[in-house]
Design a protein around this ligand. Structure first.
Ligand SMILES: NC(=O)c1ccc[n+]([C@@H]2O[C@H](COP(=O)([O-])OP(=O)(O)OC[C@H]3O[C@@H](n4cnc5c(N)ncnc54)[C@H](O)[C@@H]3O)[C@@H](O)[C@H]2O)c1
Length: 92
């Protein structure tokens, strides 16, 4: 399916320890083959290298609504957003 027609799943914190396992599982599962998988992460403690090939990294900070809006506006038909980031985030 052409990328422009695909639905999107966003995994916030997807470059981190816990959610990178979810991202990897999604890339391997045939049910998710036709989805754009997008990691939304500010790389505070996550690593680019944890993101599998074919998954898009959007460097955005969940503390800022406008950064979330920017990412959301880039993708059509967002089916799910998973969040697994820091449990002690403070607005700077
Ligand atoms: N690691 C564990 O064993 C464990 C167990 C139970 C619960 N948890 C919870 O799961 C969550 C994730 O834990 P983890 O070990 O994967 O942590 P992690 O630090 O490896 O991953 C967190 C990810 O979120 C990103 N992030 C942090 N703040 C962000 C922000 N403001 N905007 C965008 N991205 C941001 C980081 O860059 C990183 O990629 C935490 O809430 C933690 O308390 C972890």
């Amino acid at each position: 399916m052409p990328e422009s027609q695909r639905s999107t799943i966003i995994i916030a914190g997807g470059a981190g320890y816990i959610a990178s396992h979810l991202v990897l599982a999604l890339t391997k599962h045939t049910d998710f083959r036709d989805y754009n998988l997008v990691v939304m992460d500010n790389l505070l403690s996550g690593h680019k290298q944890s993101i599998p090939k074919g998954v898009t990294l959007e460097n955005a900070d969940l503390k800022y609504e406008e950064q979330i809006d920017t990412v959301f506006s880039k993708y059509k038909d967002i089916k799910a957003v998973f969040v697994s980031s820091q449990n002690h985030a403070h607005r700077q």
